[in-house]
Design a protein around this ligand. Structure first.
Ligand SMILES: NC(=O)c1ccc[n+]([C@@H]2O[C@H](COP(=O)([O-])OP(=O)(O)OC[C@H]3O[C@@H](n4cnc5c(N)ncnc54)[C@H](OP(=O)(O)O)[C@@H]3O)[C@@H](O)[C@H]2O)c1
Length: 290
């Protein structure tokens, strides 16, 4: 197999790297502690800040399978990190293929409707617009260079070590179940598997919803996690009171509701989900002490 480069080798990157072993993987991270963590796991590291435009990128890219998992910058409407990478990769040294993790926020609010990948892309938040900017840049770059890019539209990622325990312990409120938007999820291990299958089988220029296909309301999600962690259920507020009490970023999640159709992922990537619904994912945490 071609050697692999994972740009933004954090939680999902490490899960992908461990599934690919013994294939040689190089991980790109920004910080020294993350670089140390990768070295301790036996992953070769390149430490780069994708925002530091004064430093040359110089990433080992030629002929590699590239997984791009770094998030966009936290502000603005553009993904200047992807812009920089695409601009640097226009010469002779090109990757073999790219898999990009995007988010389902590119669809914007769909009023709770079921949507597949043909739904219009109308992000209602700057967070979603940055992701759409990144998707568009990757597709443009792919047309320029002839290198295949596969896009994965990912909703909330969860795993035993990524549950919202802190939020629940803080007693932050949720909306009444009847007013709560639908949210979609994917277990981190299933996402890692989907990334590898997308590299192997994903069609060039095509986007895949990577979700377990079992959306529930956000309130239901927090209640079930609370139960699993043996914590009290979060207090319930109506919409008006919640708007006052919740942070702008939490409110931006509450202002969008959609149900992701995952059939393209199931049929074209041929994935067998290890955690086909939240109950399976949470059951696997029994005995853990998150
Ligand atoms: N959380 C969710 O539910 C969710 C949903 C949909 C999509 N996503 C996206 O899925 C992707 C993978 O998620 P994850 O959980 O694996 O993320 P993660 O653990 O936070 O890893 C992100 C990685 O990107 C690197 N990075 C960040 N800024 C960088 C910069 N300026 N220059 C170079 N590297 C940089 C980080 O390096 P350092 O550790 O050194 O900073 C880290 O290795 C992310 O893009 C995330 O936004 C997440």
């Amino acid at each position: 197999m071609n050697p692999v480069l994972i740009i933004g080798c954090g939680d999902i990157g490490v899960r992908v790297a461990s599934r690919l072993a013994p294939t040689a993987v190089t991980g790109v991270v920004k910080s020294a502690p993350s670089a140390e963590r990768l070295r301790a796991l036996g992953i070769e590291v390149v430490q780069r800040d994708l925002d530091a435009s004064s430093t040359a990128l110089e990433l080992p890219v030629q002929g590699r399978q590239v997984y791009y998992f770094a998030p966009p910058p936290p502000h603005g409407e553009l993904d200047t990190r992807v812009a920089r990478v695409c601009a640097a990769w226009l010469g002779d040294e090109l990757p073999a293929r790219v898999v990009y993790i995007s988010t389902s926020a590119v669809y914007g609010d769909c009023a709770g409707a079921w949507i597949d990948e043909t739904a219009p892309l109308r992000p209602g938040t700057a967070r979603g617009r940055r992701r759409l900017d990144a998707e568009s840049r990757w597709l443009r770059w792919s047309r320029q260079t002839g290198v295949a890019v596969v896009l994965l539209r990912v909703p909330g990622i969860y795993a035993c070590d990524r549950l919202p325990a802190k939020r629940l312990r803080a007693g932050l409120p949720v909306l009444a179940a009847t007013e709560s938007p639908f949210t979609n999820r994917i277990h981190a291990e299933d996402l890692a598997q989907a990334c590898i299958l997308a590299m192997q089988r994903g069609a060039a220029g095509v986007a895949y919803n990577v979700s377990d296909g079992q959306p529930t309301t956000m309130t239901d999600y927090f209640n079930r996690v609370a139960e699993r962690l043996h914590l009290p259920r979060p207090p319930v507020l109506d919409r008006e009171a919640a708007r006052e009490a919740l942070s702008a970023s939490m409110w931006s999640f509450l202002s969008e509701s959609k149900r992701l159709d995952n059939r393209r992922m199931l049929e074209q990537l041929g994935i067998h989900l290890q955690y086909p619904h939240l109950a399976a994912g949470l059951a696997a945490c029994e005995g853990d002490d998150p």
